[in-house]
Design a protein around this ligand. Structure first.
Ligand code: CS2
Ligand code: MG
Length: 406
C-alpha cells in the first residue's frame, strides 16, 4: 500500500492547529498533528513544498524507513520546524497502520500496560484567592494533580505584573497573539513569590492533592538550585524546566543541592538532544512534545530508553497541540511501563466539534475508546469554519530591557 497524497489543513478555533492528512492508494486516510505555535506556516511549507511530492509512492508500512529518510535524508537535520513536519507525517502513518490492522494504536505498540492514565491540568490565578478558587474548581472536576502559575506584582511598581505562561482554551485564554506585546520580568521577585505561593497552596489545599510548577527555563542554575532547595519541603510532584533546557549542566547543580523531582523536555526536538539527561540521571520526568519531536516513532524510543534508567514520562500536553497529538501520546502512555503522568487540557466545544477525540476524562484519569488507529475523527467541514490567524509567541524583557526566556 502506497502514499497517494499528503495534504495539510489549518484550523484555528483558538490556537492554530496544523493537521496532516495522508491518503493511501486504496483510500485509507491517516491524520497527524504538526502544530508549532507561532510558526505554523513554516511547518506547513515543509510538508506542502518538500515532503508531499517526495514521499508520494512510498510504502506506508515502512514508517521507520520514512522517518529516517526525512530526518537524515534532508542532510540539514533537526529543529522544531522539520521535526514538526515529520511528526505530522509519522502520526498519520501510524494512524493508517493501525486502521489497516483494525486495531487501536496502543495494541500495535505492545498493548495496554494500564487501564487509564493520570493527568495534570493547569491552574492559574493572578491573586492567591483566584488561584485557590481555580484549584477548588479543578478538584471538584476530579483533577488531583495541579500545575499552578500566578502573576507576581513588581515590588517597586504598582500594577506591573511579571506573568507566567498559561494558555487556557477551556476559559478561552490564548496568549500567542501579538509580537509587539512585550511583557516584563524580574527573576528575584518571582523566585520569592514562588516560594510564598507554594507554601500558601500547601497550607490551603488538602495534602492528597499534588502540586507542580513550571519555571519555563526562566532561572539561572544557581537561582534554580536555591529555589529547588527551598521548595523541597512542600513535596512538589515535580519542578518543570527549572533552567534553560540547553543549560544541561545546571541540572547537576540542582540535583546536587536538593531532592526535588525535576521534569524537562518540551523544547527538545530529538532523542539525541536529551538522552544524556536520562543516562546521567539528571531528570526524573522526561516531557518532550510529540509534535515537535518527530512523532510516535521517536517518542516510543525515548520512553524505552527512559525505562531502562528508571526515568518516567510526563509528555507535554498543552492546548497549542491538537487533540490528535494528545490522542497519539495517550496511546503511548497506555503502553509504556514507565508512565509518570500526562499533561492534559479540557478542550472547549469548538475544538471538540472539529476533533472527536476517542478519549475521555473520568475522575481525573484519561481513558481511551477502542477505535482503530489514533481513534480521532476529524470533521474537516467544521475545521474550515476557523481559518488561519497569524500569531506570535510572547516576548519578555528584564528591567534593563534585555530579552529574557519566556
Ligand atoms: C508549557 C506550555 O505546558 C507547558 O508546560 O510550557 O504551556 C508552553 O508555554 C506552550 O506550549 C507554548 O506555547
Ligand atoms: Mg512547560
Amino acid at each position: 500500500m502506497q502514499i497517494k497524497k499528503i495534504e495539510t489543513l489549518i484550523t484555528s478555533p483558538g490556537p492554530n492547529y496544523l493537521v496532516v492528512k495522508i491518503i493511501t492508494n486504496d483510500g485509507i486516510i491517516g491524520y497527524g498533528d504538526a502544530c508549532l505555535d507561532g510558526r505554523t506556516l513554516a511547518v506547513k511549507s515543509v510538508i506542502d513544498d518538500y515532503l508531499s511530492d517526495w514521499l508520494q509512492g512510498y510504502d506506508v508500512d515502512r514508517i521507520e524507513d520514512i522517518w529516517q529518510m526525512v530526518y537524515r535524508g534532508t542532510y540539514w537535520r533537526g529543529g522544531p520546524v522539520i521535526l514538526g513536519a515529520l511528526a505530522g507525517i509519522d502520526m498519520a502513518l501510524w494512524d493508517i497502520k493501525a486502521k489497516r490492522a483494525n486495531l487501536p494504536l496502543y495494541s500495535l505498540l505492545g498493548g495496554k500496560s494500564r487501564d487509564k492514565v493520570r493527568v495534570y491540568h493547569h491552574v492559574h490565578g493572578q491573586t492567591d484567592e483566584k488561584l485557590i478558587d481555580r484549584c477548588h474548581k479543578k478538584i471538584e472536576e476530579g483533577i488531583t494533580y495541579l500545575r499552578y502559575s500566578f502573576d507576581t506584582e513588581d515590588p517597586f511598581k504598582k500594577d506591573v505584573f511579571f506573568k507566567q505562561p498559561h494558555q487556557d482554551v477551556e476559559l478561552g485564554r490564548i496568549e500567542v497573539t501579538d509580537a509587539k506585546n512585550e511583557g516584563q520580568w524580574d527573576s528575584a521577585a518571582y523566585a520569592e513569590d514562588l516560594i510564598r505561593v507554594t507554601r500558601m497552596l500547601r497550607e490551603k489545599l488538602p495534602p492528597e492533592i499534588s502540586i507542580l510548577h513550571d519555571v519555563h527555563g526562566r532561572l539561572s542554575g544557581v537561582e534554580a538550585a536555591r529555589v529547588a532547595k527551598e521548595l523541597e519541603k512542600y513535596n512538589l510532584f515535580f519542578l518543570e524546566d527549572p533552567v534553560d533546557h540547553m543549560n544541561k549542566k545546571a541540572l547537576k547543580h540542582i540535583k546536587n543541592n536538593s531532592i526535588i523531582p525535576v521534569a524537562i523536555g518540551e523544547l527538545y526536538n530529538t532523542i539525541y538532544d536529551c538522552s544524556e539527561l536520562i543516562v546521567n540521571q539528571l531528570v526524573d520526568y522526561i516531557r518532550v512534545d510529540i509534535s515537535h519531536f518527530g512523532g510516535i516513532t521517536p517518542l516510543v524510543k525515548l520512553a524505552r530508553l527512559a525505562e531502562v534508567y528508571g526515568v518516567k514520562t510526563a509528555f507535554h500536553g498543552p492546548s497549542d497541540i491538537s487533540p490528535l497529538a494528545h490522542a497519539a501520546m495517550l496511546h503511548v502512555d497506555m503502553t509504556v511501563p514507565n508512565l509518570g503522568i500526562q499533561e492534559s487540557v479540557n478542550f472547549n466545544k469548538q475544538i471538540m466539534d472539529i476533533f472527536d477525540t476517542g478519549y475521555y476524562l473520568e475522575e481525573g484519569y484519561l481513558k481511551i475508546k477502542d477505535r482503530p488507529g489514533l481513534g480521532v475523527i476529524v470533521n474537516e467541514d467544521e475545521a474550515k469554519n476557523y481559518p488561519y490567524q497569524r500569531k506570535y509567541m510572547p516576548i519578555l524583557r528584564d528591567k534593563m530591557g534585555a530579552l529574557h526566556n519566556w
